[in-house]
Structure formats: structure tokens, C-alpha cells
Design a protein around this ligand. Structure first.
Ligand code: NAD
Ligand code: GLY
Length: 361
């Protein structure tokens, strides 16, 4: 048995276990616990599946399983791509007792989860995250979505999986840039959580991000535990869950200005964290030591902490963010590690100044 730890995500209507495993063994046992499954559909990217098909076949050989491939990349996580997948499910005779397995990173998880939430008004699904970001963030909490022509994640729902099964061994083939992307979210979670978690994150670096390091299961479990607690108290993001957007106001603007081509999501979040902390120094009395430590940590994990993009252009895009209400730009700020505040309206002039200051660090 490869189980490392199970972290529950308790929501109003469902308790979702997040199983951290060292590899894929044990997956079929978990699926067998779900009552009355008639057929199983593995939704994945060809490139990821080709690496792990041998292990998946061995683990899932007893199941009536069909594989449906989707194209990878943010552009393919689009509403236009859903029709062909619904048609395949219909052709294969998927019914209300069928089960979808989402095997991939956040793109596959969000897309397959969205399909599960809408096919026949909702069928069961399981998240099997294969990137660090998906392990610590996108597979946990039940947000599923696809993109529209003019906005990312604009069409979606809150739809919890039956369980999450994170097989850490699959991270061994993850490119360096994807490791860093996940680490940016870990730094975000640890800043929001504070305490021992933040202290531990600060003392490690990029060389520790590999499947053999003992710190990796700790970082993933702590991140999942932190996000699980937040989601448990505010599943539908009416309040507290907004703290998970720390750094994301600037990050979304950076991604949007560069048309999702120059920076990965994690790199944009890394830069956005620093903007949020500089604003926190000004608006919520954050000790500048935290900003300095965060920049050191971002450097240690090979992440950027500033951008050459024009601050006015970024601020203009922030004003269009769907999370803003009534023209003001709302930020998540920190009073100190572990003490976030959300929905704080900030003047665009202050944001421009903060990004200027960030350029000069
Ligand atoms: P991704 O799914 O695009 O994966 C990144 C790259 O890694 C892809 O090229 C993929 O083919 C490759 N890959 C995946 N697993 C691999 C493996 N084990 N070995 C080798 N290569 C592998 O990117 P991501 O960072 O995992 O997810 C980003 C997406 O997640 C975005 O669409 C974002 O909107 C979404 N997201 C959702 C939530 C949520 O709460 N639902 C939270 C954060 C992000
Ligand atoms: N990634 C932010 C959230 O799940 O709410």
C-alpha cells in the first residue's frame, strides 16, 4: 500500500478525502469503494498518458475503462472543446453511474471536472493530479471550469470529486518550470497559514523539490490541509475563500497583458505575491521583513519577483478583473504571515507606486 496520508475536505454536503500516495497503487481499491459504478472514463492528455499508461493499465486492469484524450494547454481548456468529449461519452454509452477519472494537471482536472459536473446533470468524478500545482491547489476544493473567448475560467461550477488521489511518483517527470509553478502556490499557502509551515518553506529551496525529498510530502500535505480548512468554512467563496487569491490580482493582469505566453501562472503569482506584500506594508502594517523573506524564498525556488511590464497597463487590466466590484480594485493583503484580510479596495495610484517600487528591488 502506498498511502502516505489522507486529508479530508469537509463541505456542507460532502466529505472529500484527499489521499496522498507515493505511487498509483491503491487507486483501484479506492474506486472499488464507490457503489454501483457501471463504467469508467479516463480523461487525460496523450502526452501524460503515454508516460503512465503501463502503470495505469496495471492498476486499473479490473475496471471497464475507456480513455478519452483532450489537448493540453490553457487554450484547449475552452468551452468549444467540450462538445467532442460529451459526444464521445454518449457514443460510449456513459450513464448516470459512470465515473470520470481526471488524470493530469489543473487543465485536465478543471476540464474533466466541468464535463463531470454537466454530463447528464452531473456524474461522479475523481481527481488524480499529476502536477505539483494540481496536487496542492486545483484538485482540492471543487472549483471546475473552462475558458470562454474573453475570459479564463468564466464557465464553471463548484463540484466536488468523490476523492482526490495524488500519486507523488508521477511528479518525477514534471519539467522544472512546472515544479516552480506549484511552489509559488505553496509559498502563497504558507504565507496565508503562517506558523511552522511558513518557517519550513523559508528554509528550503528548489533542490528540495523532487519526489525523493522528505520535505515534499510535508509541503503537499500542509498545503492541502490549509486549503481544506478554508474550503470547509467557505466552499462557495462568499468570504474567507477569497484569501486564496493572494497575489492573484496582479497575476491575472500579468497573464492577460502577456496573453498567457510569457509567464506561467506560477511565475505570475510569484510576482503578484510581492506586489500584494508591498501594498500590505502600506495598508495593513505588514513588517517589511516578511516581504524581504518572501523575495528570498522566491529566489531560492527559482521564481521571479518583479516584472518589466508597465505598471499602468497592469493596473488597467486589474480594473477589468471579474472579482472587482464597482470600479475599485480589491486586494487580499497580509497583516502578518497567518493573518490575511480580503476585499480591501486599493486606489490604482497606490498599485502603480507599489509596482514601481517592486521594479527597483
Ligand atoms: P497544466 O495542467 O497545463 O500542466 C502543466 C504542463 O505539465 C502541461 O504541459 C502538462 O502536459 C504537463 N504535465 C502534467 N503532468 C505531468 C507529469 N506528471 N509529467 C510531465 N508533464 C506533465 O498546468 P497546471 O499548472 O497543473 O494547472 C493550471 C490550470 O489549473 C489552469 O488552467 C488554472 O486555471 C487551473 N487552476 C485551477 C484551480 C482550481 O481551484 N480549480 C486552482 C489553480 C489553478
Ligand atoms: N485557487 C483558488 C481557489 O480554489 O479558491
Amino acid at each position: 500500500m502506498s498511502l502516505i496520508e489522507t486529508v479530508p475536505v469537509n463541505t456542507e454536503h460532502k466529505s472529500v478525502p484527499v489521499h496522498l500516495h507515493s505511487n498509483l497503487s491503491g487507486l483501484s481499491e479506492e474506486i472499488a469503494k464507490l457503489p454501483g459504478v457501471t463504467s469508467v472514463f479516463l480523461i487525460t492528455e496523450k502526452s501524460i498518458h503515454s508516460i503512465y499508461s503501463k502503470y495505469l493499465e496495471r492498476e486499473l486492469s479490473s475496471l471497464p475503462i475507456k480513455t478519452i484524450y483532450i489537448k493540453g494547454g490553457e487554450k484547449s481548456k475552452h468551452i468549444n472543446r467540450t462538445g467532442e468529449v460529451y459526444n464521445q461519452l454518449i457514443e460510449y454509452g456513459a450513464d448516470r453511474k459512470s465515473l470520470i477519472l481526471a488524470f493530469g494537471g489543473g487543465v485536465v482536472g478543471d476540464f474533466a471536472g466541468f464535463i463531470a459536473s454537466t454530463y447528464l446533470r452531473g456524474i461522479r468524478f475523481v481527481q488524480i493530479p499529476t502536477t505539483l500545482l494540481a496536487c496542492v491547489d486545483s484538485s482540492v476544493g471543487g472549483k471546475v471550469a473552462v475558458n470562454a473567448d474573453f475570459g479564463k475560467n468564466m464557465i464553471g461550477s463548484f463540484y466536488q470529486p468523490e476523492f482526490v488521489f495524488a500519486p507523488l511518483s508521477v511528479l518525477s517527470t514534471l519539467p522544472d518550470r512546472e515544479w516552480k509553478c506549484g511552489q509559488a502556490e505553496i509559498i502563497k499557502h504558507s504565507l496565508l497559514s503562517g506558523g511552522e509551515y511558513w518557517e519550513k518553506v523559508k528554509t528550503h529551496s528548489f533542490k528540495d523539490l523532487n519526489v525523493d525529498s522528505t520535505i515534499l510530502p510535508y509541503l503537499i500535505a500542509e498545503s492541502v490541509r490549509f486549503k481544506a480548512n478554508v474550503v470547509s468554512s467557505d466552499e462557495k467563496e462568499t468570504g474567507l475563500r477569497k484569501i486564496l487569491n493572494l497575489g492573484h490580482t496582479t497575476a491575472h493582469a500579468i497573464e492577460s497583458v502577456t496573453k498567457y505566453k510569457k509567464y506561467s501562472h506560477g511565475e505570475a503569482v510569484a510576482i503578484g505575491l510581492v506586489t500584494a506584500l508591498l501594498l500590505s506594508e502600506q495598508h495593513s502594517e505588514l513588517d517589511p521583513v516578511t516581504t524581504k523573506e518572501t523575495i528570498e524564498s522566491l529566489k531560492n525556488y527559482g521564481l521571479p519577483f518583479q516584472t518589466k511590464l508597465k505598471s499602468k497597463q497592469l493596473t488597467k487590466h486589474m480594473l477589468h478583473d471579474k472579482k472587482n466590484v464597482g470600479g475599485s480594485i480589491r486586494f487580499v493583503l497580509l497583516k502578518s504571515p497567518g493573518s490575511p484580510i480580503f476585499d480591501i479596495p486599493i486606489d490604482s495610484e497606490d498599485i502603480i507606486l507599489a509596482i514601481h517600487k517592486q521594479k527597483g528591488i
